[in-house]
Design a protein around this ligand. Structure first.
Ligand SMILES: *[C@@H]1O[C@H](CO)[C@@H](O)[C@H](O)[C@H]1NC(C)=O
Length: 354
């Protein structure tokens, strides 16, 4: 009798242990109710960036005019994406594939490119309306780049990593960056955290940075060219704000991609959203990015008869924002392999279910 009670207790413990490890590693997040809430008034564009700042949504820049033009605009939405007003134009030089984050109660915009010019400047706006922008750094310590990743850590540091540039100013000679930089003064000055040789991951453009609930930085996927076979899928992690990196996953589950969205839900689950070529899938990780499960293939209500590469409604180089309210907002994006193809001017809102 005693022995079987002990056995039962042991089995129960084993069951509870495996159930709890299961619940801590499986993502619980799903995204539902994709609703298009606006079409414009900003022009269709890819490589735009966006943030939530003081309860409003802001977008900046982007590549527009069928891919031949670059925007110098900032727009604000006070109603979660339904309506937009232009708050600045002609102040920040035109650009796309820059980065845009919120730090120290201000928005900052870093780097980016037009066809011929790659930037390493930093612009800042601290008013609620996003109307006043000043350049706080003309040439940052990091060399010019576009398609880099950026985030603000939970301790308030700005981190940027990777990107690309035109070697010797030649648009046909694109080169990639694998270095990591940190600012502790709101984006004004930067120190090198890891050089390209030290970071360990392959230099790349279009990766995304995200911070896990454990405070680990992850750099997720990207590309080393602009074709199918130059897309990357590996994930690297840093526990010291970008100084040292280790491989977290070589094959996290989703396909190699760039121009994707990577966000963290309020419960700490990570989401990878669509990307290059014309994807509309959604992947979630509950184990800090080691593995991902496919939790949807209907982002933007795009189902495409099961075709994963959907030219009609799949997107890359859109921008995702998770709002304080727990909604997923996406803006713009591209639906064309090549320059001069379909660009989007839409705003979508969906519910993140935890
Ligand atoms: C779906 O989203 C739309 C727009 O955000 C909202 O008006 C509507 O109430 C939502 N429906 C449900 C069932 O949550």
């Amino acid at each position: 009798m005693l022995r079987s009670v002990a056995q039962l207790a042991f089995l129960l413990l084993v069951f509870l242990a495996s159930a709890s490890s299961l619940s801590s590693s499986s993502p619980s997040v799903t995204v539902t109710n994709y609703t298009q809430v606006a079409d414009g008034p900003w022009s269709s564009r890819e490589g735009l960036m966006g943030v939530e700042f003081k309860g409003a949504l802001f977008i900046s820049g982007g590549r527009q005019s069928h891919g031949v033009g670059f925007s110098d605009e900032v727009w604000r939405s006070d109603d979660g994406g339904g309506t937009w007003v232009k708050t600045s134009s002609g102040v920040i030089p035109s650009r796309a594939y820059h980065t845009h984050v919120v730090v120290d109660d201000c928005q900052i915009i870093m780097g980016g490119q037009t066809f011929f010019t790659f930037y390493n400047d930093v612009w800042r706006s601290c008013d609620d309306k996003g109307e006043v922008w000043e350049r706080i750094t003309e040439h940052a310590e990091w060399p010019v780049r576009s398609g880099h990743a950026a985030l603000v850590t939970s301790s308030g540091s700005v981190i940027i990593a990777g990107g690309c540039y035109n070697k010797n100013g030649n648009p046909a000679a694109r080169s990639f960056r694998g270095d990591v930089w940190k600012s502790e003064d709101g984006g004004k000055t930067y120190t090198l955290q890891a050089s390209e040789d030290d970071s360990g991951w392959k230099a790349r453009s279009g990766p995304r940075l995200v911070e896990t609930s454990e405070g680990r930085l992850l750099i997720v996927a990207g590309e080393v060219g602009f074709t199918d076979d130059t897309q990357l899928v590996d994930i690297w992690g840093s526990d010291d704000e970008g100084v040292t990196w280790e491989l977290v996953s070589e094959q996290p589950g989703f396909s190699p991609r760039s121009g994707h969205g990577v966000v963290k839900a309020a419960n700490g689950d990570l989401l990878v959203i669509a990307g290059w070529p014309h994807l509309h899938d959604l992947w979630a990780s509950g184990d800090g990015g080691e593995s991902f499960e496919k939790v949807g293939n209907d982002v933007w209500n795009c189902e495409c008869g099961g075709d994963d590469n959907c030219k009609e409604c799949g997107k890359f180089d859109f921008w995702p924002i998770v709002t304080e309210e727990g909604k997923l907002v996406t803006v713009g994006g591209s639906g064309a392999y090549s320059t001069f193809g379909k660009l989007w001017q839409d705003t979508w809102v969906a519910e993140i279910e935890l």
